[in-house]
Design a protein around this ligand. Structure first.
Ligand code: NAD
Length: 318
């Protein structure tokens, strides 16, 4: 080990990045490796809708990046194969310190047209896969915590869920995807709580970046055309930098947070908390009295049905 590599923030850490062979996941893999980590890329090389797989995608990515990376090409959308990816990381690299739940597929359609089997596939890959991996990876991280792997106090365990603004703004035609991405926030908060005592953190990032998915957006109006043009300018390496930062020692006390990354802009999002309250003090509470109170107290605070397209309609800082 030379002096330069000794100084790298993630030296000695082992990471597993789902969907780590393409787009944002590939940028995350490269950044973790550049900061000294060893990485298992768990990626089936699927089409955007998850209907066809190509193992050569992950194999080529791993080969190109180098010795500190290996490919795992079974699906993470199955509890057994998800667990096997964690076992591979432990067998090959001796541990698992960082889990990035990034793999996702899309099967968009309006809620009144969607097929239950498409909903099931999206939930299985985008949400259940993240649960399976977190469930399989965190016993190993907790064990490290007890043994103080990496020195006292334990400062290694990290779980990062790549979510989407669709999960909390919603988006037209994305009921399955938004349900899964929203579910990742509940998973993130609870994982952060369950692992707090072990010194393991869990955070979520809603990214914006040009990938093959951004390229497939078919704009329906001028506003959407402008949105797509802006999105195509944003490189995924900024998301990757925030992931590496959260995985470094600097991230040790950052837990349960929801970030957004759009080029050089890093946002901290609020998380739903009560913003207004009415209390019924009348003995004969009925629909009409409730309606009168709601109009006065709650309705000024109702949240607009805006999507991220309206919320992020400024030129990104790239
Ligand atoms: N690109 C954006 O602007 C954007 C915006 C919001 C959220 N996101 C989220 O960021 C993440 C990465 O998105 P991207 O644009 O890079 O997508 P992408 O389609 O380019 O990459 C996703 C990767 O996941 C892999 N994958 C899919 N199903 C898998 C499975 N069952 N097992 C293992 N691997 C599997 C695919 O093979 C692919 O390489 C996703 O979670 C996505 O929802 C992206």
């Amino acid at each position: 080990m030379n002096n330069l590599s000794e100084k790298k923030e993630l030296n000695g850490r082992v990471a597993l990045v789902t969907g780590g062979a393409r787009g944002i996941g590939l940028a995350i893999t490269k950044s973790l490796v550049a900061h000294g980590a060893k990485v298992v890329i768990a990626d089936v090389g699927s089409s955007i809708n998850g209907e066809s797989f190509d193992p050569s995608v992950a194999e080529s990515a791993a080969q190109e990046i180098g010795n500190n990376v290996i490919a795992y090409t079974e699906s993470i959308a199955d509890p057994l194969t998800a667990k096997a990816s964690v076992e591979l990381a432990i067998k090959k690299f001796g541990a698992l310190d960082i889990l990035v739940n990034n793999a996702a597929i899309l099967r968009d359609s309006f809620i009144f047209k969607g097929k239950p089997e498409d909903f099931d596939s999206v939930i299985k890959t985008n949400l259940a896969g993240a649960w399976y991996l977190t469930n399989a990876a965190t016993p190993n991280m907790r064990q490290h915590s007890k043994e103080n792997r990496g020195g006292k106090p334990y400062s290694w365990g990290r779980v990062i869920n790549i979510t989407s603004t669709a999960g909390f703004y919603g988006n037209y035609g994305q009921s399955s995807y938004a349900s899964a991405k929203s579910g990742m926030l509940g998973l993130m908060r609870t994982t952060a709580m369950d692992l707090l005592r072990a010194g393991i953190t869990c955070n979520a990032i809603a990214p914006f970046a040009a990938t093959r998915v951004t390229e497939t957006i078919i704009p329906a109006n001028d506003e959407q055309t402008a949105y797509k043009e802006r999105a195509l300018k944003i490189l995924p390496n900024h998301v990757a930098m925030v992931v590496s930062w959260l995985c470094s020692l600097h991230g040790q006390n950052i837990n349960g947070q929801l970030f957004g990354v759009r080029g050089r802009e890093v946002f901290l999002f609020s998380q739903p908390r009560p913003i207004a309250k009415l209390v019924n003090n009348e003995a004969d509470w009925n629909i009409n009295t409730l309606n009168a109170s709601a109009k006065k107290i709650l309705s000024p605070h109702y949240i607009d049905l805006d999507t991220d397209l309206e919320a992020f309609n400024t030129e990104p800082n790239v």
